[in-house]
Design a protein around this ligand. Structure first.
Ligand SMILES: [Zn+2]
Length: 318
């Protein structure tokens, strides 16, 4: 713990945890992992159990001007587990489901939660358009660099994912931050931009967008000229926000689109104020989601008896 509190990232982490966690138990384990739960059923503080693997093999892939394998301390493993805990207790639920998310992933990172824990980069925080807080970017790599070690670039055991040369610590460059940030930025850019080589191959391009939906904003404008491309793209929920207005004001397009992805029915379209359009879309939706669309309509349409019966709304409840 002394090792952790001797660094600025460490002090920030412990301060953030101290405001939420009542007790942390740390013990040896066969693998390193964190578990947490409420102190009692009515809420109260959080109780934590962290197991740390004590074997000597704590090597990891780090980034200097080349990729290198390094030994790491048990303190950085503990730091890593404590960040998982911080994410789990996050009030905004930004990291919720992170261990099951494998989109827009940097290679060798396993899942979103590991990527955020290791690199400090979480795209969803940037999408929230709120000022960044120091805890948003707390990461195992920030701690490693504060300890004068290279930032980490892979989650899995180095023996299984990458081939690289070990480099003695004394040969490391003075500045460990720049190469790490350059590496991270290049990795992120690769996932935010469709490679030009895919422009001529729609199938591969759609596959790339499936794996990297945040690259949606880099779809070339000319692609949206094609209704067929737009209809293929809307099967990917993350691309809904990029659909051009000309399609959103086209009844025919919306009808075809709803049959491929019903979520499009909830997109703010100028057509949502037109009774005939709303009625025809309600007919395409399953009863369970008709009510959701109804809730999104303006007061005038909500009062309309035809709309109410198409949405399955009982007049008595109004
Ligand atoms: Zn982890």
């Amino acid at each position: 713990m002394l090792d952790i509190c001797g660094t600025k990232p460490g002090r920030k982490l412990i301060k953030a945890l101290a405001s939420k966690v009542t007790k942390i138990t740390i013990q040896p384990g066969r693998t390193s992992q964190a578990r947490w739960g409420r102190l009692n059923s009515s809420g109260g503080g959080w109780l934590l159990e962290i197991a740390i693997e004590l074997s000597e093999n704590h090597s990891y892939y780090g980034m200097t001007n080349i990729k290198v394998v390094h030994e790491k301390s048990i303190a950085s493993t503990l730091f890593h587990e404590l960040i998982h805990v911080l994410h789990a207790l996050d009030d905004e639920n930004i990291y919720e489901g992170g261990s099951s998310i494998r989109k827009n992933m940097i290679e060798h990172m396993t899942n979103l939660e590991e990527m955020c824990t290791i690199t400090g980069f979480c795209y969803d925080i940037f999408r929230k358009r709120r000022p960044l807080k120091y805890v948003d970017i707390l990461s195992e790599s920030a701690f490693l660099i504060a300890k004068n070690q290279p930032g980490r670039i892979a989650h899995r055991n180095p023996n299984t994912v990458l081939i690289a040369d070990a480099k003695p610590l004394e040969e490391l460059p003075q500045d460990l931050i720049t190469p790490y940030c350059d590496w991270l930025e290049a990795e992120i850019q690769q996932r935010l931009n469709i490679p030009k080589s895919l422009y001529g191959d729609i199938e591969s391009l759609l596959k790339f967008l499936d794996e990297n939906p945040y690259a949606g904003r880099s779809i070339p404008p000319s692609f949206w000229d094609s209704e067929e491309f737009a209809l293929r793209a809307i099967t990917n929920t993350e691309l809904l926000e990029f659909i051009p207005p000309k399609f959103l004001s086209n009844t025919d397009f919306i009808k075809k689109a709803v049959q491929r992805n019903w979520l499009i029915a909830f997109i703010d379209s100028p057509l949502l104020s037109q009774k005939e359009h709303v009625l025809s879309i309600l007919n395409l939706l399953s009863p369970t989601i008709r009510k959701n669309l109804y809730d999104k309509l303006g007061p005038e349409l909500q009062q309309d008896t035809h709309v109410q019966s198409a949405a399955g709304i009982s007049k008595l409840k109004q």
